[in-house]
Design a protein around this ligand. Structure first.
Ligand code: SAM
Length: 802
């Protein structure tokens, strides 16, 4: 173990370095932390890493807050759970190899309980550590019903294996330690044998419930293994591997009415899972004569399923409750049932069904205010879905309070097809102009760092320690959402990943949808989008809102799954730019796109060097980027790019001087010469129409300067050259204004360019050239939209320049 430590440290340092490259943290700070890890002053180097991440995170936020003059003491560190290290995994594999075929050693129940008590104390003591998740060798969930499995006992667990074809029936023994990543505890079987149990991420929701209830449950095809501390344990990773078992306890024998009433009181106290189980028990206890009771219970079940996010079932149960004519309160209860079924359909995004059900409801009671309001809501979603009619101003404001927006997906302008670049791709179903909305997609699932139940975890996967992020809680959320709503399974199961798992099949066993937690993990690794957080006082969009009412930036990332946008392949010179409004992802065209052309966006920041971009693309998405920009930059001599980098300092200095008004004629002449020099350092043959951004800051400053001086013609000349450098062909003469480009780019255009155009339009208007002014403004508006995503702030910008 000792000998491999330096290597491991370097690996971790590399990972951390890569991560830091992508963050707004000064390089010297990043280096400090990676050096610490490499030198490894303490034996427990991972603890040191966690600590350095902690301080690094604080520094990160301190540095962003400093700029705004606020304090960093607002940072909240997350709770913790399990620590499982690379070395442990290696050690485990070795120990397990030794164990194979040996008999399980019976555990002393008192010892287990005592150990759990100690663990609890330790868990509390280490409450400030960042959690670790270890992705183990994936294994399949059980796909057969409990009745088809052979019942075994704890004493039958003899090998470190998955015990396919068997099931254990157990209940909790002693305390449990619920964690966000892993819940540990002990279970006992009928024979009084005791064994440890670990419920990991996805299985924690269902498992914790059974454990905390002390209720009997079955573990299908139990995975018996050895923990890092050499303790044997049953490990559960898939939620559907845990099944409730009917209790034989006479105290649990109640009438259908009693169960229903119990369910109602659990519902009142917001104990929704317990309420659901009670209603289910009521349904199985009810006999044929109790039809009205069954109908009421079904409606109540639909209500609790809505609360639990189980929309498929909520809809089904609500509709099942309207089939009985003997119900004495038929009319009113049918309205309630339709309302619940319609709401569930709405929340599943099935607006057709929702509208149909609300209309049925209004036929029964045309005055129902809730029904009317909800039907209007559905119709608004349909307009968004069919016509792309969004009120982005309003949505942006709402998103600052609650990023999960009530909005529909608009995807009719694109289709999924085979791609010439790789696998499937998103293709334009129509032609687009610069700034056009190509796609607006509502996330299937999101985790925001500010969510109450979001947590951070360092992830250990295939021996590599990857970034600390909220993706772990996202994984947990998404598996839950898929299990709860089988009709939405393909939102994640059809996505590309490294581990195929159980594929796209809908498998139901014991009334539960089987979701392969490892398959989903693999799919989200490749397909998750990071969503930027608006930070107080910082523009998180080129022009857009400043996030005045966001008081602090929470620790961690915001992530979302957008299944349509996930089909988009990458290019470093993409034809769309992505912008987020809450949990909506917008793709705007950055150049004209023809019908049938593949839609591309940039997975990484395109202003990073070609090597850094390629490295990141390869490590996360496993492909070598061969877009035009990568090929050009690969061909270019390093001397030329180094030379440009050297000149960039002077470019920035001069740009600053010109913008502040302190530059005189000599500086202006130097600026013009420098632009020519930098331009000459790009090889024309290699770059052709690709963006060349090195002189951009100086060109922008110069164009603005000319405009301020009222030198419109000179301003137009600078702008024409600037656009040419960015790969655009721009022409502005007395009769016509045109702008077009062959290649797109996500990060080349800066807001200042658009502002200069707006200013130019205003100058033209003042000098009586109103038709030309209209054209310039129209063009500026398109660029504004392509850059900003939403029209917010455009009117103010126009007014400020007029
Ligand atoms: C988010 S998915 C995009 C959709 C994917 N092509 C599919 O069929 O599901 C990302 C994966 O697409 C492929 N991909 C994306 N951009 C690519 C590119 N420029 N060149 C080659 N493969 C690419 C890689 O396999 C990558 O891991």
């Amino acid at each position: 173990m000792e000998s491999s430590m330096p290597k491991m440290r370097q690996q971790v340092a590399r990972q951390l370095n890569l991560w830091l490259q992508m963050r707004p943290v000064p390089p010297e700070k990043g280096k400090k932390y990676t050096d610490k890890i490499i030198s490894g002053k303490h034996d427990d180097w991972v603890f040191q890493l966690a600590e350095s991440f902690r301080s690094q995170s604080q520094d990160l936020f301190a540095s962003s807050d400093d700029a705004e003059g606020s304090s960093s003491d607002e940072i909240q560190l997350p709770d913790t759970a399990t620590l499982l290290l690379a070395e442990d995994v290696k050690e485990l594999t070795e120990t397990n190899a030794l164990r194979k075929g040996n008999a399980r050693i019976s555990k002393d129940a008192k010892d287990v309980a005592a150990r759990l008590g100690t663990d609890r104390k330790q868990a509390n003591m280490t409450n400030e550590k960042i959690e670790f998740v270890a992705a183990i060798q994936p294994y399949s969930p059980c796909m057969v019903p409990l009745n088809d499995l052979k019942k075994i006992k704890l004493a039958d667990l003899t090998e470190e294996t998955h015990h396919r074809g068997s099931a254990l029936v157990v209940k909790r023994h002693g305390a449990i330690l619920p964690g966000r990543v892993t819940t540990v505890g002990a279970v006992e079987d009928e024979e009084g044998e005791v064994e440890d149990i670990e419920l990991h991420l996805a299985s924690a929701y269902s498992g914790e419930h059974f454990l905390s209830q002390g209720q009997c449950f079955a573990i299908k095809e139990p995975y018996f293994t050895i923990r890092r501390d050499n303790v044997t344990t049953i490990r559960v990773d898939h939620p559907s591997d845990i099944v409730a078992v009917k209790s034989n306890d006479p105290r649990d024998h109640k009438s259908a009415t009693e169960w229903k009433d119990t369910g109602n009181s659990f519902f009142s106290s917001k104990e929704h899972r317990k309420a659901r189980e009670s209603y289910l028990a009521a349904l199985s206890a009810a006999d044929k004569t109790e039809q009205p009771l069954k109908m009421v219970t079904l409606r109540n079940l639909a209500r609790v399923d809505l609360e639990l996010g189980r929309y498929d079932e909520a809809c089904e149960k609500a509709l099942a409750s309207v089939s009985d004519a003997n119900d004495s309160t038929v009319a009113r209860s049918h309205v309630t049932a339709y309302y619940r079924a319609a709401r569930a359909s709405y929340l599943l995004g099935d607006f057709e069904k929702a509208a149909k059900l609300f209309r049925e409801l209004l036929k029964m009671d045309s005055n129902d205010a809730d029904g009317k309001r909800e039907l209007e809501r559905v119709e608004a979603r349909m307009a968004e879905r069919d016509l792309g009619q969004y009120n982005f101003e309003k949505l942006t404001t709402i998103s600052l309070r609650d990023p999960r927006l009530d909005a529909a997906t608009y995807a009719s302008r694109v289709r999924v097809d085979r791609s010439a670049i790789g696998g499937r791709g998103l293709v334009a179903a129509q032609a687009f102009e610069i700034g056009d909305l190509v796609l607006c997609e509502k996330a299937y699932c999101t985790t925001f760092a500010s969510d109450k139940d979001s947590f951070l975890a360092w992830k250990l996967h295939n021996g590599k320690l990857s970034t600390a992020s909220s993706v772990s809680s996202f994984w947990k959320q998404i598996v839950l959402k898929l299990s709860n709503n089988p009709s939405t399974l393909e939102k994640a199961t059809t996505l590309e990943g490294d581990y195929a798992g159980i594929g796209t099949e809908h498998i139901i066993a014991d009334n539960m949808t089987v979701v392969d937690a490892f398959q989903i993990h693999s799919a989200i690794e490749r397909n998750t989008f990071g969503i930027p957080t608006p930070v107080k006082g910082q523009r998180n969009k080129p022009f857009g809102y400043t996030a005045e009412n966001v008081s602090k930036k929470p620790l961690g990332d915001n992530v979302g799954l957008f299944s349509i946008a996930a089909m988009t392949n990458h290019s470093c010179v993409p034809n769309t730019r992505k912008i987020f409004v809450g949990d909506l992802l917008l793709l705007r065209a950055t150049r004209t796109i023809s019908k049938g052309e593949e839609i591309l966006h940039a997975y990484v920041q395109t202003d990073a060097g070609v090597q850094a971009r390629r490295q990141l693309l390869e490590s996360t998405w496993h492909f070598l980027c061969s877009c035009k920009m990568c090929l050009a930059q690969e061909k270019e001599s390093r001397e030329r790019s180094k030379h440009r980098d050297m000149l960039s300092k002077r470019v920035d200095e001069l740009a600053k001087a010109i913008s502040s008004g302190s530059a005189g004629e000599p500086e202006l002449a130097e600026a013009e010469a420098l632009i020519k020099r930098v331009k000459g350092l790009y090889e024309q043959d290699i770059y052709k129409s690709l963006p060349r951004t090195a002189p951009l800051p100086l060109q922008v400053a110069l164009a603005q300067h000319r405009l301020r001086r009222g030198q419109s013609a000179k301003c137009i000349a600078v702008l024409t050259e600037l656009f040419d450098m960015l790969g655009w062909s721009f022409s502005l003469n007395n009769s016509k204004v045109t702008l077009s480009r062959k290649e797109g780019c996500e990060t080349d255009l800066v807001p200042d360019v658009v502002e200069t155009l707006v200013g130019l339009g205003a100058t033209q208007r003042k000098s009586g050239k109103s038709s030309q002014a209209d054209q310039v403004e129209n063009l500026a508006r398109k660029l504004y939209l392509s850059l900003n995503g939403v029209p917010n702030g455009w009117d103010q910008l126009l007014k400020s320049k007029s």
